[in-house]
Design a protein around this ligand. Structure first.
Ligand SMILES: N[C@@H](CCC(=O)N[C@@H](CS)C(=O)NCC(=O)O)C(=O)O
Length: 253
C-alpha cells in the first residue's frame, strides 16, 4: 500500500488533509508542490490533478482531490483513530460544520490572504508573463481570482469577507460554549477544517477583531488543537514557507 500526498505549505487546504494522515499514523510520501513557482499549473502536476490545485492524495494510483473528500476518503479507507463520529447524528453534525467552513469561511479568509500576499506576487510579474500565467490556470474561477489579486480586491468585497469571518468566529464561540469540540464531545474533521482555514491564524490576521476578548473559548480550543502531536508535527514539517507568508498566515513555527 502506498500513499502519496502532494501539498504546499502546512496551512489552509494543504494542512487540512495532512493532519488526518498524521493523526492516523499513516506513512506517506510527501511531494512538495511549490506554489511560488506555479508548479500547480505545470504539465507534470495537471497530469495528476487537471484542476491544478493542491492538495492531492494518491492511494495506490487512485487520485483523490478536494480536502473534504480526501478526509472522508481517509476515514473510510483507514477507520482506525477515527476523526468522524461513528453514529449517524454525530457524523451529520460533523458534516454540517464541514459544509459551513467550506462554503462560508474558507474563501473569505483566503481572499484576505490573497489580497495581502498573492496580490504582491501577481503585481511583480511582467504583463506578458502574467498573461501566460493566466492561460496556464485550468479553473476559470482561479483564473479570475489571480487577475483580481493583481488589480486588487475591492474594499466592498474585503469588508464583506471580514463580516463573514466575524460571523463564523461568533458562531464557533457559541458552539464551544455548548460542546468541547465543534461537532460534539469528539475531536473531528470539522475541528481540523475550521482550524486549518481560520482558527489557527484568525487572531494574527485580524488584530482589529480582538479575538482573545471576543472569542476566548475559540482561543482555548485553538491551543488544544495546536497542542495535538499530529497537528504540531504537521505544522513544523515540510515547511518551506517563505518568511513573508509565515507572517501573513500567523503560521506557528
Ligand atoms: N476545494 C479545494 C481547494 C484547493 C485550493 O484552493 N488549493 C489552493 C491552495 S490552499 C491552491 O492550490 N492554490 C493555488 C492556485 O489555485 O493557483 C480543496 O478543498 O482541496
Amino acid at each position: 500500500m502506498t500513499l502519496r500526498y502532494y501539498h504546499a505549505e502546512p496551512l489552509a487546504n494543504s494542512l487540512k488533509s495532512m493532519v488526518p494522515l498524521k493523526e492516523k499514523g499513516l506513512a506517506y510520501e510527501s511531494v512538495y508542490v511549490d506554489l511560488h513557482k506555479f508548479e500547480q499549473h505545470s504539465d507534470w502536476f495537471t497530469a495528476i490533478n487537471p484542476e491544478g490545485q493542491v492538495p492531492v492524495l494518491d492511494h495506490d494510483g487512485t487520485i483523490i482531490t478536494h480536502t473534504t473528500v480526501i478526509n472522508e476518503y481517509l476515514e473510510d479507507a483507514f477507520p482506525d483513530a477515527p476523526l468522524r463520529p461513528r453514529d449517524a447524528v454525530g457524523a451529520a453534525r460533523m458534516r454540517y460544520w464541514n459544509k459551513f467552513v467550506d462554503e462560508h469561511v474558507m474563501n473569505h479568509v483566503s481572499m484576505h490572504g490573497w489580497h495581502r500576499m498573492v496580490g504582491v506576487i501577481a503585481r511583480n510579474i511582467e504583463n506578458g508573463d502574467f498573461d501566460k500565467l493566466l492561460e496556464s490556470i485550468p479553473l476559470p474561477d482561479q483564473r479570475k481570482k489571480w487577475a483580481t489579486a493583481r488589480s486588487g480586491f475591492s474594499q466592498t468585497d474585503l469588508d464583506n469577507a471580514t463580516a463573514k469571518i466575524e460571523y463564523a468566529v461568533d458562531k464557533v464561540e457559541r458552539q464551544l460554549g455548548e460542546t468541547r469540540w465543534l461537532a460534539g464531545d469528539m475531536y473531528t474533521l470539522a475541528d481540523i477544517n475550521f482550524y486549518s482555514h481560520c482558527g489557527m491564524m484568525v487572531e494574527r490576521m485580524f488584530p482589529d477583531m480582538e479575538i482573545a476578548k471576543r472569542a476566548p473559548r475559540l482561543c482555548e480550543w485553538r491551543d488544544r488543537v495546536t497542542a495535538r502531536p499530529a497537528v504540531a508535527e504537521a505544522l513544523k514539517s515540510e515547511d518551506r514557507t517563505a518568511p513573508g507568508l509565515r507572517t501573513w498566515s500567523g503560521h506557528v513555527r
